[in-house]
Design a protein around this ligand. Structure first.
Ligand SMILES: [Zn+2]
Length: 62
């Protein structure tokens, strides 16, 4: 394969303008204040949006 046309610095820059990494969003659990991914039940206490939903090891012991 042969390169058809030279890519200029500007072409490269334009293409790579979309390559920046974005930091992940981390929320705090309203109950135990542990870091939780958004739209996810807390893995520690099982709370989702202030409601207890999932039974976890820490939950079950009580
Ligand atoms: Zn929690």
């Amino acid at each position: 394969m042969v390169q058809m046309k030279k890519r200029t610095r500007a072409d490269k820059g334009k293409r790579r303008s979309h390559h920046a990494l974005v930091a992940k969003t981390i929320n705090k659990c309203p109950k135990c204040a542990k870091p939780v991914a958004p739209h996810t039940a807390c893995s520690f206490c099982g709370t989702y949006k202030t409601k207890s939903t999932v039974t976890t090891k820490a939950n079950k012991a009580k």
